[in-house]
Ligand binder design. Structure first.
Ligand code: SF4
Ligand code: SF4
Length: 429
């Protein structure tokens, strides 16, 4: 399958801008690991160009090359020609899936993510599976490059079910007239809802301690990025519309995410999707409004002067040595890396040790660790090197997939705890 485009269509024109300078190669984790030109962003763009000009046909090999990408956005951030790698890769993935289908596990994931009630049932079944799997089997079998036994336990109850829809600011933090500092809509994402409730509790705890009213819309659902990455644009549309409706109804001043991939969806992908799909009914304006209000929790905290508990630095509350892993979307969609470093340095309850490779990708990349386990494992090997020199007790990261990947690749006898930076921040205030 292919689509003819002439040189005046936007996609072709953008691709034609590639001067083949190679700057994107130096930042691409896949190319840097494999050192093969076909694994580079530059080569992928040339293949897409050839495909669009009908000089290259769909094939399993082409699909494999296109999918061997973490969708990290580092190439686009480095490209002097302003090429929309992300948009082109996403569009091409959709064409490959339409022509060749997808692996059963990926199709199941997309099916579950498209409806919240399916995800809820799926997570209950997965929790039961975790309970019943004997340790020796969990150690033997892997999902991608991660042993089953090293996947995090699922929440006993979905986080959003355990929380009221509206949480008031802590006593003593409001104005003299009892007014909250502002109203925040908290987009929890699926990972916090089903897996990492510690992140959710820390986010709501910090925000209410700062004097904010927090609304957790019950009708929110998966941000749809995994569906868009796997060519399921039609299914993604339902999720996007549901989230726009749920977030708009909160009438919040700001929308906070704890996962920057969800954040990139709300900030960048929703307006782009609505434009591409030509959706009407006020969706364009609503998506632009959501985009403007969306911030990741750590950047948001960087706007505040945090005051810490007087005992936060005491021996009994001290959490030890901490390193940080900067997720690709935190760096490329929110440019938050430097701000997070500054924030971590102020925390009295840990010693943050900056490491040279903390902004290097970990190889998780959504489902990359599952689809390309060998390459993911090689990328991860470099990350583990950071730990050797520092011997930390905490490895902090603000992306749930990075968290799963980092924790899942630690040695079983490791004493490193992997969590979102909001957890020690909440402990300190
Ligand atoms: S950095 Fe941009 S212009 Fe240079 S090779 Fe990569 S895609 Fe082409
Ligand atoms: S998105 Fe990331 S992994 Fe994919 S080609 Fe660009 S730099 Fe490489």
């Amino acid at each position: 399958m292919s689509r003819q485009e002439n040189d005046h269509t936007p996609g072709t024109k953008v691709l034609a801008n590639c001067g083949k300078c190679g700057l994107c190669l130096s930042v691409c984790p896949v190319y840097q690991t494999l050192k093969e030109e076909q694994a580079s962003p530059r080569a992928r763009l040339q293949l897409i160009k050839a495909f669009e000009k009908d000089s290259l046909a769909t094939s399993p090999l082409l699909k494999e090359i296109i999918s061997k990408c973490l969708m990290c956005g580092s190439c686009a951030a480095a490209c002097p020609s302003g090429i929309d790698h992300y948009g082109k890769f996403m569009e091409m993935r959709q064409k490959m899936v339409e022509a060749l289908g997808d692996a059963p596990a990926i199709k199941t994931m997309v099916y579950l993510l498209a409806k919240e009630h399916r995800l809820r049932t799926g997570s209950k079944m997965a929790a039961l599976g975790q309970k019943l799997t004997p340790d020796f089997l969990g150690d033997k079998y892997r999902v991608g490059n991660i042993p089953v036994s090293r996947f995090p336990s699922l929440n006993r109850r979905p986080f959003r079910d355990a929380q009221p829809g509206r949480i008031l600011p802590e006593a003593g933090t409001t104005s003299a007239s009892g007014k909250a500092r502002g109203r925040i809509a908290y987009f929890t994402g699926c990972a916090t809802n089903y897996m990492f409730e510690d992140t959710g509790r820390a986010v709501t705890g910090i925000l209410t301690a700062l004097g904010y009213e927090v609304i957790i819309p019950k009708a929110q659902t998966c941000c749809a990025i995994p569906m868009l990455f796997h060519g399921a644009a039609q299914k993604a549309e339902g999720n996007i519309q549901a989230n726009i409706t749920a977030l708009t109804a909160t009438d919040a001043d700001r929308i906070i995410v704890d996962c920057t991939t969800c954040g990139a969806a709300l900030k960048d992908e929703y307006p782009a999707f609505i434009k591409r799909a030509d959706l009407t009914g006020g969706l364009e304006e609503a998506a632009a409004n959501i985009s403007k209000k969306t911030t990741d929790i750590l950047s948001f905290l960087g706007e505040h002067d945090l005051s810490f508990h007087p005992d936060a630095g005491s021996d009994s509350r001290h959490l030890g040595r901490a390193v940080y892993h900067a997720p690709c979307h935190s760096r490329n969609s929110f440019s938050s890396h430097a701000g997070i470093q500054t924030l971590l340095k102020t925390l009295p309850n840990l010693d943050y040790i900056p490491t040279p490779g903390e902004a290097d990708c970990c190889g998780g990349g959504g489902t990359f660790f599952y689809e390309h386990p060998e390459t993911a494992a090689k990328i991860m090997d470099r990350k583990r090197e950071q730990l050797r020199a520092v011997e930390p007790t905490l490895w902090l990261t603000d992306c749930p997939v990075c968290r799963i990947n980092l924790a899942g690749n630690l040695k079983p006898d490791s004493h490193v705890n992997v969590c979102h930076p909001v957890v020690p921040i909440h402990n300190a205030i």
